[in-house]
Design a protein around this ligand. Structure first.
Ligand SMILES: [Zn+2]
Length: 208
């Protein structure tokens, strides 16, 4: 394993020192403006792609950036608890649901039960995105794998925004404009980010 301890030493010496005042100010409080719900994928680094510093983003991550619909959580609703805390206690103003290219979670929607038999929790979790697969299969019956993946990753972002809107306190704040919701699609190899335009119904490049 890469020596992460060395990384910790380097952080304390370099980056921490550079931001000492910031960390001091954040010692007993946080006021993030945005919840960033991203896929757990190691290639998606929220603070890097948003040029933000500690204290700005309340980060929630899950396989395939899935948000369980309200009240459909299991015994330990980790994602719902994080959303609840950030919206109701911290009063965030924005939520970004960020998916990405070449998403293994979205790709796994097309695997068979047999192929997923050793990943039972992943398989169960992906239930929440299966309607996306069905839609893509209907819309693009003759799609190439690349087209299929691209469409699945984008529609999954929209699906998870719809799940977010099943949270009564999210819907209420979204409707009266206290809370803005964005769907981002991040392309790993180019750094491009596309934002979902709700009115137009498609994704537009925001950092070209
Ligand atoms: Zn992913």
């Amino acid at each position: 394993m890469k020596d992460l301890n060395k990384g910790a030493v380097s952080f304390r010496k370099k980056d921490f020192d550079k931001h000492k005042d910031l960390f001091g100010n954040l010692s007993d409080t946080q006021k993030p403006h945005t919840i960033f719900i991203g896929c757990s994928d190691s290639r998606l680094v929220p603070s890097l792609i948003t040029s933000t510093i500690p204290g700005e983003l309340f980060i929630i991550r899950s396989v395939a950036n899935i948000v369980p619909p309200y009240k459909r959580g299991v015994n330990f609703p980790a994602i719902s608890a994080a959303i609840e805390y950030a919206v109701l206690s911290l009063g965030v103003e924005n939520i970004i649901v960020c998916g990405h290219s070449n998403c293994g979670g979205c790709g796994a929607l097309y695997k068979t039960e047999e192929e997923l038999k050793d990943l039972p929790h992943t398989n169960l979790w992906l239930e929440l995105a299966r309607p996306v697969k069905n839609r893509v299969t209907q819309m693009l019956p003759n799609a190439t794998p690349a087209e299929r993946d691209w469409m699945t990753e984008q529609l999954n972002i929209v699906q998870q925004i719809n799940h977010l809107l099943t949270y009564p306190y999210v819907l209420e704040r979204y409707n009266d404009d206290r809370l803005k919701i964005f769907g981002w699609y991040y392309i790993i190899e180019t750094g491009e980010i596309y934002n979902y335009d709700v009115d137009k119904g498609y994704f537009e490049l925001i950092n070209g």
